[in-house]
Design a protein. Structure first.
Length: 641
């Protein structure tokens, strides 16, 4: 039987066992499995699917019926395309599977899914705005010059047309038509509509309309698109298929847009203004106290994944008032973590902790990215995190006391301080930020921390020496698929498989994903990442590439799967930037991808990175090398070659 026929047969049997093509709402695939969203779960026969030759197991979770295939999943997925049209790129973005049913967590997940895709362009153009502020203040580039006008257009465009950006992300989140959503957003900021805001009175069919300016607005378009998504579903059930495609947008735009101007727009504009006023009122009570609290808790808020709510408030605040007070304490809190990490780098005797702390310090101080510091340095060591939080509180309180505010939403760092130039006492903002950095550095350097003990088989950066002690070699989780002919039968030689990322190494058994923890995919280990850089764990050739997962076959014939996160295939490549392609040769430590770990976690996904041997059936051929905090490119486990 040829390969194509075998995959066609497997795809057909799977489709039949899950209830037929009509029962499949959508299906995607990752490196090892087919992920079905079924219309009726009761019609799927899980036992029948698991008995199909070529299916490893079935895992259910996050509203998905996941059929684990293994290395041949891409071929089976291609065969599935011939049987169903459910593999749509325009399917609505599902809620994050890891999100709790708690209403607060749902709100945070909703906010992050809408705002996260545009955060970096907001940060980048905000930095450009800050640079232009600085150039104007120094007299190097007058604000009324044509050069300044051109550059400011680029810096301001995202905020001016913010409703259109949010229309895209909201449509994706709610499952609405993105082009209809863009049309509604465009109508809100249409010049003639904007001009009506200055009119003495505005009427629609004789009904008074409370007009306002919707450029740079945040909440109105999100609510409008949410209503649009339900409206389109209703029309989809009512309209005949012969007229549905063009009548749906016609009816939505012709009726929903006027209705939005009459009701949704005024109500949500009032809510936006109320949120900004409430924040200003809180700040006016005691700016120093507000800055002290926010500066002290900011990094803890990041750890808990709650910072997305604050980011949404900041974006709304800038869109409503032109600046945000809430961002003023952030530089002190962020830079303090960098100062503490620098002290750890200088004081520690652990070679491996230095390897983590050095790059983490640079990412924190230069780019304002503190996740590598938090998870790789300060939190495991405890004291540096406390020192940095105290310093951040004091520095944040000083900045807020001076009336500092940011004119754009940016990643807090020394590079982005110019966005604070036009608001409050800029000198106190700088003193608070630099002072927090120096104070955290000195406290950590003077009072120290319990330095981890290096050992060839131990991790780095563990909170105490016991956690860093040598771990006896022991078999990892059982499981596996097959052995390839390239493997040497009966070989007694072992090769090291390195950690693909800085972080905390854990047993595969502890992973919250049955297909991996059960060993169904293969034996191996996992790492809770403390860095955005995912590197090759072995020397060999890249045989498969997906945004979140990579297959490497070593020179000895060992097939290694590096899988970043649980269920991250549902991100459809967002937050991942692959650095290799199938067929490339790689060395240990060579960059595979850059993954925005903070953004992935904020979206509600478990970022545990799995390293699995997919062609090893005997678990005794895989031996753990150590657990605890590890550095990328250091041994994670050994496998018989």
């Amino acid at each position: 039987m040829d390969t194509t026929t075998r995959f066609d047969r497997l795809a057909t049997e799977v489709v039949d066992a899950v209830g037929g093509a009509g029962n499949i709402h959508s299906v995607t695939n990752c490196m090892t499995r087919l992920r079905f969203v079924l219309n009726d779960r009761q019609r799927a026969d899980k036992d029948a699917v698991e008995k199909i030759d070529g299916v490893v197991t079935v895992v259910e979770g996050g509203g998905q019926f996941q059929v684990v295939i293994g290395n041949d999943v891409v071929k089976v997925a291609e065969a599935l395309d011939k049987l169903t049209d459910a593999r749509s790129e325009t399917a609505p973005l599902p809620a994050a599977p890891a999100a709790s049913r708690n209403i607060f967590n749902r709100v945070v997940e909703l906010i992050s899914s809408i705002f996260q895709p545009i955060l970096w362009v907001l940060a980048g153009t905000g930095l450009l705005k800050g640079i232009l502020f600085a150039l104007a203040a120094l007299g190097w580039l007058p604000q009324d010059s044509q050069t300044s006008v051109i550059l400011n257009a680029g810096a301001d465009a995202v905020f001016y047309f913010l409703p259109m950006f949010l229309a895209i992300t909201s449509a994706r989140r709610f499952g609405a038509s993105p082009f209809t959503a863009l049309t509604l957003a465009g109508a809100l900021i249409y010049p003639a509509i904007t001009a009506l805001a200055a009119a003495d009175s505005v009427h629609f069919l004789g009904i008074p309309v409370i007009m306002t300016t919707y450029t740079s607005s945040v909440i109105p378009i999100i609510v409008i698109v949410w209503v649009q998504s339900h409206y389109e579903k209703l029309l989809g059930r009512i309209l005949h298929s012969s007229i549905r495609n063009f009548m749906t947008p016609l009816i939505v735009v012709a009726t929903l847009f006027p209705l939005a101007l009459l009701t949704i727009g005024p109500a949500t504009t009032w809510l936006s203004a109320a949120l900004s006023a409430g924040l200003a009122q809180l700040w006016s009570f005691s700016p120093a106290l507000a800055g002290f609290i926010v500066g002290g808790l900011q990094q803890l808020i990041v750890v808990l994944g709650l910072h997305w709510g604050l980011i949404a408030l900041m974006i709304n605040d800038v869109a409503t008032t032109g600046h945000t007070l809430l961002l003023a304490p952030f530089p002190a809190a962020v830079m303090a973590q960098g100062g503490a990490a620098l002290a750890v780098f200088l004081r520690t005797r652990s070679r491996r902790l230095k390897a983590v702390a050095g790059p983490a310090t640079v990412s924190g101080l230069v780019a304002g990215v503190t996740e590598p510091i938090l998870y790789g340095v300060t939190l495991p060591l405890k004291r540096p995190f406390v020192f940095a939080s105290i310093a951040g509180a004091l520095g944040g309180g000083l900045a807020a006391w001076g009336g500092s505010a940011a004119g754009a939403v940016v990643a807090p760092s020394f590079m982005t301080l110019p966005v604070y130039l036009n608001y409050g006492n800029f000198a106190l903002q700088v003193i608070g930020t630099v002072g927090a950095t120096v104070l955290a550095f000195l406290l950590t350097l003077v009072f120290g921390f319990k330095d981890p003990i290096d050992d060839d088989s131990a991790g780095v950066g563990a909170p105490d020496a016991k956690a860093s002690a040598s771990v006896p070699l022991a078999p990892v989780s059982a499981g596996g698929l097959r052995r390839t002919e390239a493997r040497s039968a009966g070989s007694t030689a072992f090769i090291d498989i390195a950690s693909p990322v800085d972080g905390e190494a854990i047993d595969l058994d502890d992973v919250a994903e049955p297909a991996f923890s059960s060993g169904a995919i293969g034996p191996g280990a996992a790492v809770r990442p403390a860095s955005d850089r995912i590197v090759s764990p072995a020397r060999g050739q890249i045989v498969s590439v997906m945004p979140h997962a990579f297959g490497v076959i070593t020179d000895e014939g060992v097939e290694v799967l590096v899988h970043v996160g649980i269920d991250t295939v549902r991100l459809e490549g967002r937050h991942f930037h692959a650095a290799v392609a199938a067929g490339d040769r790689v060395e240990v430590g060579q960059l595979l991808t850059t993954a925005d770990i903070a953004a992935i976690e904020a979206a509600g996904y478990d970022t545990t990175t799995l390293v699995v041997i997919t062609n090893e059936a005997d678990p005794t051929n895989v031996e753990a090398a150590g657990r605890g905090v590890v550095a990328a490119s250091t041994p994670l486990f050994r496998v018989r070659a």
